[in-house]
Design a protein around this ligand. Structure first.
Ligand SMILES: Cc1cc2nc3c(=O)[nH]c(=O)nc-3n(C[C@H](O)[C@H](O)[C@H](O)COP(=O)(O)O)c2cc1C
Ligand code: SF4
Ligand code: SF4
Length: 342
């Protein structure tokens, strides 16, 4: 039983992970009508046409885990006191969870050293580095506190939680108390209530609602598995909650288009992939042990695994440089069939 405010756990593990299989276009045709909503009657004919249209020719299906390439997220350092020492880990899958109380949630592999401190002290910090600190951010994501001492990354300070270390060199630090922990199998989703926020004074502006962080001056690091790459904010393209203005889809010819316009050529330069370092280690599957469960196929953010006719895992050795060494494949394998070597 759980009580209000206590750490809550539940198990949403899928007992039989499914193999990724693109659906056929023929099966994808949907017929039906759109549920009505106030003011929609005058467009009923067009809605029916839109609903009965097959998947447009120029839409191709990509693997579900491409969600990680399509979404760019502000990348943070989560801090916790582990065995009396500050430790920080890089987390790209972090998001605000609620406004009230203000809270953060992030997805965290169960094996991380930082977790030990989060669960022991029931608190953690969320530190946002700026683009000048990209090496620091990457360092915390490729080295575990089990192998290096991350207490020396910079001055750590403590606020009202007393035990959630914050990295002073990061422009914004949130101190949080642990409120929820959701067990998703390989990852925990951890939710924490923000108790206090500490920001460098040069990125803070006084607004109508008090001190506000100026995100342009903060200049956070965005991450995408596309590359995989670190990126930064581009120009603003509108004012949220205002830009819709008097937009009327019924008068917008683009509303009938089956595909969005191509981005302006040259507007988004594609990053050149970093040259691979040699020698590079990569996953090897012990086929004697492999159960064919498909966890590695599902868990690899770069789609580097497939299942053969017998269901056993095959790593795409033609794409070794694409491996990010996230070790999701190894950590998700129930029988330790995956090892890394050159
Ligand atoms: C760019 C980047 C993003 C990462 N994002 C996550 C994430 O969202 N969730 C996660 O569990 N691990 C993520 N990691 C991996 C951890 O940061 C990494 O395993 C780290 O070494 C854990 O540190 P610890 O063992 O000291 O806690 C990321 C790593 C990098 C380089
Ligand atoms: S370590 Fe495994 S899961 Fe991660 S990118 Fe490489 S092959 Fe894919
Ligand atoms: S290598 Fe491991 S995770 Fe991949 S299919 Fe085989 S048993 Fe499952």
């Amino acid at each position: 039983m759980t009580t209000e405010g206590a750490v809550k756990e539940c198990d949403l593990r899928d007992p039989a992970p499914k193999k990724y299989e693109p659906i056929s276009r023929a099966l994808s045709q949907i017929t039906g009508t759109v549920p009505t909503f106030p003011g929609a009657q005058s467009h009923r004919r067009e809605e029916t046409v839109l609903m009965s249209t097959p998947i447009p020719d120029r839409k191709v299906e990509v693997a579900p885990f491409q969600v990680t390439a399509a979404l760019c997220t502000t990348t943070v350092l989560i801090g916790a006191l582990v065995d009396g020492k500050p430790n920080y880990m890089t987390i790209a899958w972090c998001s605000p969870a609620t406004h009230s109380p203000p809270s953060f949630m992030f997805a965290c592999n169960k094996t991380h050293h930082t977790n030990k401190g989060i669960f022991a002290n029931r608190n953690f910090s969320v530190n946002i580095p700026c683009v000048d600190q990209v090496q620091l951010l990457d360092y915390c994501g490729v080295h575990s506190g089990t192998e290096v001492d991350k207490a020396h990354l910079g001055h750590s300070f403590f606020g009202i939680t007393r035990t959630a270390p914050m990295l002073a060199r990061c422009p914004v630090c949130f101190e949080c108390t642990l409120t929820h922990q959701l067990d998703l199998g390989v990852h925990f989703v951890i939710v924490g209530k923000v108790e206090k926020v500490w920001a460098n004074e040069d990125i803070v502006e006084r607004g109508p609602q008090g001190e506000a962080i100026d995100v342009t001056r903060l200049n956070p690091i965005l991450f995408s598995f596309c590359g995989p790459s670190y990126r930064s904010l581009g120009p603003a393209h509108g004012t949220a909650w205002k830009t819709a203005g008097d937009y009327d889809p019924a008068r917008d010819p683009a509303a009938l288009a089956t595909i969005s316009p191509a981005p302006t050529p040259g507007a988004i330069p594609h990053p050149h992939p970093a040259p691979p370092k040699a020698p590079v280690d990569y996953p090897h599957v012990d086929l004697e042990k492999c159960l064919g469960c498909g966890n590695c196929v599902q868990g690899c953010p770069m789609s580097l695994f497939a299942q053969g006719g017998d269901g056993k895992a095959i790593f795409d050795t033609g794409r070794i440089p694409d491996c990010t060494h996230c070790h999701h494949c190894k950590e998700g394998c129930p029988v330790e069939a995956i090892t890394f070597s050159v």
